[in-house]
Design a binder for this molecule. Structure first.
Ligand code: AMP
Ligand code: GLY
Length: 423
C-alpha cells in the first residue's frame, strides 16, 4: 500500500516509525513531515489543510490510505472531502468525518454529547456575547477556581482556570465580547472545577467496534512540579500506575461504551482514534475533553507499546472489521521526555543545530519541531524532539531517556527533569 501521513510533529514521526515496520506498507509519504520522517519516508511540503494540494498528491502517488495526525484538517472536514470526491472516495481515511470531529471542534457540542449519553463530566453552562450578563450571574453561583473554555479550537490555549471571581468575569468578557481567541471564543463554556489527577485513554474505533489502547499521562506545564505555562506536552508515561484494572473497567463501562454507542445513535461516522482526557475524582473517572486524534507526546509512549501491525489495524478500521483484531501490548513501561526550544511556550528562536542524535542508544528519538537543512538537523519549532525509552518501571525507562539527553545539544535546549514525579 501507498500511505500518506498528514502532520509534522513527534506524533507523526511515531506513526511513520510504526507504519514502516509493516510489510503492508510499500511507500510512505508525510506532509509536511520533519527531519525524523525524512529519514524513513518521503516528505512532501504541503500544508495539512491544503485539501486541493493533498488531493493532487494522493492521485499522483496513488495513495491508498491517508492517516490524519492533527485535529485541524479533521475539524475542517478532510474525510468528507474525500468521500464527496469520485476520484478519492475509495481511499481509506483514518480520522472521523466533520460532524464527529466537532467533539473536539466545539466544547459545547462535546458537553451536549456527554449529557445526552450520560457520560460523567463536569457540570456546565455555555454563553455568548448576547447573554454575557447571565454568564456573570452563573459565575457568582460557583465557587473558585472558575473554569472558562473557548468553544472552538484555540491551539490548546483556550482554557482559563482562575481563582478570582472578578478576574473570571473580566476574562469572560474578553473572550465573548473582545474576541480574545477570535471566533473560537464567540461561545464560552463555564464549568465546574474538578479536583483530581489526570490521565488519557485512547480508543480505536471503526464506528461500530472499539479497541482500547494503553493509558498514558502527559506533563503539560513548562516547569518542574507542574508549574508555569501550559505547553503542548513536555513528556509522557505509559501505562499510568493509578489506572488499576478496576478503574479501567469503570472507564470502559461508564465512558468508552456510551461514547461509541452515542456516536452510533447520533449518526456521527467515526473511523479513527478517540482521545479521552480524563480526571480521577475520588475513585471515579470523569471526562475533561474529547480529542479526535492521538495525543502528542502520548503517541510517543503508546504506539511503541503496541505490538500489532498498525497498518493492519487501520485497514480493519476502514473496513469496519476491528472486531477481528486482537490488540497486543508490550508489558514494559514506556516514557518520553520532550526537548524544547528555550523560551517555549512563549517566543523562541529557531534554526539551532541539534547535535548528538546519532549517538543515542537504547532510546528512540522522535523528531518534532526539527528539520533537515544542508544535511544538518536544526530546530524549527517549540517542541523539538521526544526521547522515548522502555524499562521495567518508570525509573528504569526515564534513566535511559535522561542518559541519552546528556549526549544531545542545541543552543538554549530545555527539558523537564521530573517526568513521572507524581506517580
Ligand atoms: P482542555 O483543553 O479541555 O484539555 O483543558 C486544558 C486543561 O485544563 C486540562 O488538561 C485540565 O488540566 C484543565 N481542566 C479543564 N477542565 C477542567 C475542569 N473542569 N476542572 C479542572 N481542570 C480542568
Ligand atoms: N498532549 C495533549 C494533546 O495532544 O492534546
Amino acid at each position: 500500500m501507498n500511505i500518506l501521513i498528514l502532520g509534522s510533529g513527534g506524533r507523526e514521526h511515531t506513526f511513520a516509525w510504526k507504519i514502516t515496520q509493516s510489510p503492508l506498507c510499500k511507500s510512505l509519504y508525510v506532509a509536511p513531515g520533519n527531519s525524523g520522517t525524512a529519514q524513513i519516508a518521503t516528505n512532501v511540503d504541503i500544508s495539512v489543510t491544503d485539501f486541493e494540494a493533498i488531493k493532487s498528491l494522493v492521485l499522483e502517488k496513488r495513495i491508498d490510505m491517508v492517516v490524519v495526525g492533527p485535529e485541524d484538517p479533521l475539524v475542517q472536514g478532510i474525510h468528507d472531502c474525500f468521500l464527496n470526491d469520485e476520484a478519492l472516495k475509495h481511499i481509506a481515511v483514518i480520522g472521523p468525518e466533520k460532524a464527529a470531529a466537532e467533539l473536539e471542534g466545539s466544547k459545547e457540542f462535546a458537553k451536549e454529547f456527554m449529557y445526552r449519553h450520560n457520560i460523567p463530566t463536569a457540570a456546565y453552562k455555555s454563553f455568548n456575547a448576547l447573554n454575557v450578563e447571565e454568564g456573570y450571574a452563573f459565575l457568582e453561583t460557583l465557587s473558585p477556581p472558575y473554569v472558562l473554555k473557548a468553544d472552538g479550537l484555540a491551539a490548546g490555549k483556550g482554557v482559563l482556570i482562575l481563582n478570582d471571581l472578578q478576574e473570571a468575569k473580566t476574562e469572560l468578557k474578553n473572550m465573548l465580547v473582545d474576541a480574545k481567541f477570535g471566533d473560537a471564543s464567540s461561545k464560552v463554556v463555564i464549568e465546574e472545577f474538578l479536583d483530581g489527577i489526570e490521565l488519557s485513554c485512547f480508543v480505536l474505533t471503526d464506528g461500530k467496534n472499539y479497541k482500547i489502547l494503553p493509558t498514558a499521562k502527559d506533563y503539560k506545564r513548562i516547569g518542574e512540579g507542574d508549574t508555569g505555562l501550559n505547553t503542548g506536552g513536555m513528556g509522557a508515561v505509559s501505562p499510568v500506575s493509578f489506572a488499576t484494572p478496576e478503574f479501567l473497567n469503570k472507564i470502559e463501562e461508564r465512558i468508552v461504551k456510551p461514547t461509541i454507542s452515542g456516536l452510533q445513535k447520533d449518526n456521527l461516522p467515526y473511523n479513527g482514534f478517540v482521545f479521552i482526557g480524563l480526571i480521577k475524582v475520588g475513585d471515579d473517572p470523569k471526562v475533561i475533553e474529547y480529542n479526535v486524534r492521538m495525543g502528542d507526546p502520548e503517541t510517543e509512549v503508546v504506539l511503541p507499546r503496541l505490538k500489532n501491525d498498525l497498518v493492519e489495524i487501520f485497514q480493519a478500521i476502514a473496513n469496519q472489521t476491528l472486531d477481528n483484531i486482537d490488540i497486543n501490548i508490550d508489558e514494559r513501561t514506556a516514557t518520553t521526555v520532550m526537548l524544547v526550544s528555550g523560551g517555549y511556550p512563549e517566543a523562541y528562536e529557531k534554526g539551532k543545530e541539534i547535535s548528538g542524535v546519532e549517538t543515542i542508544t537504547n532510546s528512540i528519538p522522535f523528531h518534532a519541531g526539527a528539520k533537515l537543512e544542508n544535511g544538518k538537523i536544526v530546530t524549527s519549532g517549540g517542541r523539538v524532539m521526544a526521547i522515548t525509552s522502555f524499562g521495567n518501571d518508570y525509573e528504569e525507562a526515564l534513566k535511559k531517556s535522561y542518559q541519552n539527553i546528556e549526549k544531545l545539544h542545541f543552543d538554549k535546549m530545555y527539558y523537564r527533569k521530573d517526568i513521572g514525579f507524581d506517580l
